[in-house]
Design a protein around this ligand. Structure first.
Ligand code: ZN
Length: 295
């Protein structure tokens, strides 16, 4: 049986300063989720060796390309990637690198509002949208979502309930849908960003629901994953673990790996190294290029 890899990128998901067991996660999440994070994750720095607070555009580019995007830009960049970062993403990313080696990849998130073409013309492209556009070339839509072949970014579809025939589902069902998608692919990515949004708003009530859903989702993934399936969860930078500030944090993010040995002994210390862990360690693809981006 070939290996199936699921990667969950949680935006604004750092390790609390006082540890997992004395944190917003232990307050709001299923206890098992907190135990899983404590047992199966290592801390990884999101600072990228650059001054200032880590941000999404550079952090996600680093995670998904293996290039230190903040060093390339000379600073952390927030929001959507500009032309230079899009060039970095298009040069090489997890999807394109795996596809070159004949692997089947999927971006599980559903795009229900705009098509990929519309997003391209609006220049409103997130790191993952840019990555999908330059590799897979299509995104999952409402039809896919309704047939269980996509996962909505809020997991439960609550925010689009009532549109067409959309009904709310449980986070557990979202996990089962993601597992089904992953069975047909070697690598499946899902992005969850409500954590970052609620962190910016310092909204504890929203986070209670958002983290509760995330924890139920991840527990179900772990419980129902087949033996050949491994689950990776990481973040682009900290935020929601500290709601005393609207800003991101300098805290490390977890690299959670379930179903495969954790890279211990400080083998991975910075988020861009997660790319090489996936490509080289997990998929056993020999090193084809370096972490240096040449203009
Ligand atoms: Zn943010």
């Amino acid at each position: 049986m070939s290996k199936k890899v699921i990667m969950i990128m949680v935006d604004g998901f750092g390790i609390p300063e006082k540890g997992w067991f004395n944190s917003i996660y232990s307050d709001f999440c299923d206890r098992r989720f907190v135990n899983l994070l404590a047992d199966f994750s290592i801390p990884v720095s999101a600072k990228l060796g650059v001054e200032g607070i880590p941000q999404s555009a550079t952090g996600q580019t680093a995670l998904f390309t293996g290039f230190n995007a903040a060093k390339i830009m000379g600073m952390h960049m927030q929001g959507f990637p500009g032309p230079k970062l899009r060039e970095v993403i298009c040069r090489r990313n997890l999807f394109s690198n795996l596809m070159e080696k004949g692997k089947k990849v999927a971006f599980a998130n559903a795009y229900v509002q705009y098509t990929l073409e519309e997003l391209a013309s609006m220049r409103l492209k997130s790191v993952t949208t840019t990555m999908v556009e330059s590799s897979i070339g299509w995104v999952r839509n409402m039809e896919d979502l309704l047939s269980g072949k996509a996962v909505y970014h809020d997991l439960t579809r609550k925010t689009i309930k009532g549109n067409l025939s959309v009904q709310e589902i449980s986070p557990k069902q979202a996990a089962i849908d993601l597992l089904n998608i992953s069975k047909e692919h070697d690598f499946t990515l899902f992005e969850y960003f409500l954590t970052d949004r609620a962190g910016h708003k310092m909204d504890a009530n929203a986070l209670k629901e958002i983290l509760g859903n995330l924890s139920a989702f991840v527990c179900e993934l772990v419980d129902s994953a087949a033996e050949n399936t491994l689950i990776i969860l990481t973040g682009d930078h900290g935020n929601c673990e500290d709601i005393s500030t609207r800003k991101h944090t300098n805290n490390p993010v977890p690299l959670f790996v379930y179903g495969y040995p954790l890279p211990r002994d400080r083998k991975i210390t910075s988020i861009e190294e997660i790319y090489y862990f996936i490509i080289e360690d997990i998929f056993k693809i020999p090193k084809i290029s370096t972490g240096v981006f040449n203009g």
